[in-house]
Design a protein around this ligand. Structure first.
Ligand SMILES: N[C@@H](CCC(=O)N[C@@H](CS)C(=O)NCC(=O)O)C(=O)O
Length: 211
């Protein structure tokens, strides 16, 4: 039995972790958790937030996509996705930036929550336009979060950027589109997407079409 169990739903942020799992290429068991099961006693024992994704590695549960990506990179260093010493500053900086300020900016924007400009200083992300400009500059100057080389930080930062663009919550800047193309050409990305698309189709069988 594999040391890793992956709790997910194919229509969730679990897709980020699926990609990371495919990058590290370790055996894992998948448990699909339906939205109606997420607040069950059984699943709350795994994640008291009642949310996916989560992983269990031996006796340890890890939740939060960014933490899971960093954890898997650390535990399976042979995948080559941990930062080298000279990459650590960028790796941690932008991983935490994406899990905090970027995600808040995007969800607030999607919900139509706006704050007056004079309150920017109270918000960790300042304002949405500033977040977009900072990321646009970053990916105009480099191919990956840490520069030339793909690391686990790209799985998370890239997923946030790609999903937000896909749902129309982030503008399609050229730098973001080029970054997306680089990431989507990865074999592990394609494998993960295929697995989740298949799981999603099984969960929602196609409706018969009227003749
Ligand atoms: N901060 C968490 C967010 C997890 C999350 O919100 N997951 C959603 C699916 S994308 C969920 O499980 N929602 C079910 C619920 O809240 O009942 C992470 O990064 O993993």
């Amino acid at each position: 039995m594999p040391d890793l169990v992956f709790y997910t739903n194919p229509q969730s942020r679990g897709r980020i972790v699926r990609w990371m799992l495919e990058e590290v290429r370790q055996p894992y068991d998948t448990e699909i958790v339906s939205y109606s099961e997420m607040k069950s006693e059984r699943f709350l024992a795994v994640n008291p937030m009642g949310k996916v994704p989560a992983i269990k590695h031996r006796d340890h549960v890890v939740t939060e996509c960014a933490a899971i990506c960093a954890f898997l990179a650390d535990v399976f260093p042979e995948a080559g996705l941990v930062p080298r010493d000279d990459e650590k500053a960028d790796y941690y900086r932008w991983l935490f930036y994406a899990a905090g300020p970027l995600e808040q900016a995007i969800t607030n924007k999607a919900m139509g929550f706006a704050h007056p400009a004079e309150k920017d200083r109270m918000f960790g992300y300042g304002n949405f336009d500033a977040v977009v400009a900072v990321l646009d500059e970053l990916f105009s100057l480099r191919d990956y979060v840490c520069g030339e080389r793909f690391t686990a930080a790209d799985v998370y930062v890239g997923s946030q950027i790609m999903a937000s663009m896909q749902f129309g919550m982030l503008p399609e800047r050229d730098s973001f589109l080029r970054y997306r193309d680089r990431l989507q050409s990865r074999e592990a990305y394609k494998r993960a997407a295929e697995i989740d698309d298949r799981a999603q189709a099984q969960a929602q069988p196609a409706q018969p079409q009227p003749a």
